[in-house]
Design a protein around this ligand. Structure first.
Ligand SMILES: Cc1cc2nc3c(=O)[nH]c(=O)nc-3n(C[C@H](O)[C@H](O)[C@H](O)COP(=O)(O)O)c2cc1C
Length: 308
């Protein structure tokens, strides 16, 4: 029996397999692509940022809370030093962009989108670790729509909106992104969280609050993907707690076309390589020939009583 086809497609881009890293969770220039089908950059902002003061990461029973605060070298250094080398990775590169105003995003999208190494642009409107911008935009439907519209006009590349689960109606924000012209969605960023220092009984993280990631957030991610897909029909990069090939299949069924791994990569960089053969076996077990055959298969069973 031939092996199933693990190629994946998103917005007209062909990927060798459906696994990608979550933005900010892999330095591909240091570690390589670990067998992933694409590389997503750490979010880059117009100006360099040192990020939040330490402590920046706290372990939790089923994941971690981080308060990195968008530490990055800024647009100029990113375009001059990072992008040319990322073009040599041999997989499509998705560049993540953040900012504090639509014009900051637009400037970054125009510069990055013009670089031949980049296949698509991801708008991070969901980082919980900064005081304004980003999630302040992505928790407002009108601002999300306007931002996507503005960025669409700056590039011919596919524009993806990365959304937060920390909203009351993720489908409404997804719909706003679609109305703004997003070619696809990325769900989910971290869930707002906080860690308390057990001795001092004060917030542990230097930024105060942070974002929860890892297996603890998987059901939240599946919910967001499921309803964003149902509301928009847009292609989705799904992530949030993925730690196995079985998780990956469930994300595909909920409506993801590509599946991201973040927190699990920190503990186990060999995970994607090991997941791929198991993914092939599971695709076959579900009677499918290709990854695409499984995308959204959970949806025909959607009834009004399953909506939450
Ligand atoms: C340490 C760390 C840094 C992150 N940095 C970014 C970032 O720069 N931009 C972004 O859009 N998401 C960032 N994320 C969110 C991840 O890309 C991903 O959406 C989230 O962690 C959920 O996936 P996971 O549970 O597999 O980690 C970061 C997550 C972690 C844990």
């Amino acid at each position: 029996m031939s092996s199933p086809d693990l190629h994946a497609d998103l917005c007209g881009i062909r990927f060798g397999n459906p696994l990608v890293n979550g933005s900010g969770t892999l330095d591909a220039l240091a570690a390589g692509t670990l067998g992933l089908g694409a590389f997503v950059t750490k979010t880059v902002t117009l100006h360099p940022r040192e990020g939040n003061p330490p402590v920046r990461i706290a372990e939790t029973p089923a994941g971690m809370v981080n308060s990195i605060g968008l530490a990055n070298p800024g647009l100029d250094a990113f375009c001059a030093d990072h992008l040319p080398r990322l073009g040599e990775l041999g997989v499509p590169v998705i560049a993540s962009v953040g900012g504090w105003s639509p014009s900051e995003y637009a400037t970054a999208v125009a510069r990055i989108g013009a670089h031949p190494a980049v296949a698509a642009v991801e708008l991070n409107v969901s980082c919980p670790n900064v005081e304004s911008g980003c999630i302040a935009i992505g928790t407002d439907a009108g601002e999300t729509r306007a931002l996507v519209e503005r960025c669409r006009s700056e590039t011919d590349l596919p524009v993806l909106a990365k959304l937060s689960p920390s909203v009351s109606d993720v489908a409404a924000i997804a719909t706003a992104a679609a109305e703004g012209g997003a070619h696809g969605l990325v769900l989910i960023n971290t869930v707002r969280g906080i860690a308390i220092d057990r001795d001092r009984l004060r917030p542990l993280l230097g930024g105060g609050g942070g974002g929860l990631s890892g297996p603890a957030i998987k059901p939240i991610a599946l919910h967001a993907i499921f309803h964003a897909r149902a509301a928009t029909g847009l292609p989705i990069i799904g992530m949030g707690g993925v730690a196995s090939a079985q998780d990956c299949v469930e994300f595909l069924a909920a409506g993801a076309s590509l599946v991201g791994i973040g927190t699990s990569l920190f503990a186990d960089p060999g995970l994607p390589q090991r997941m791929l053969p198991e993914l092939g076996r599971l695709v076959r077990q579900h009677g499918a020939e290709t990854i695409e055959d499984l995308v959204g298969v959970a949806h025909p069973r959607l009834s009004s009583s399953t909506r939450a």
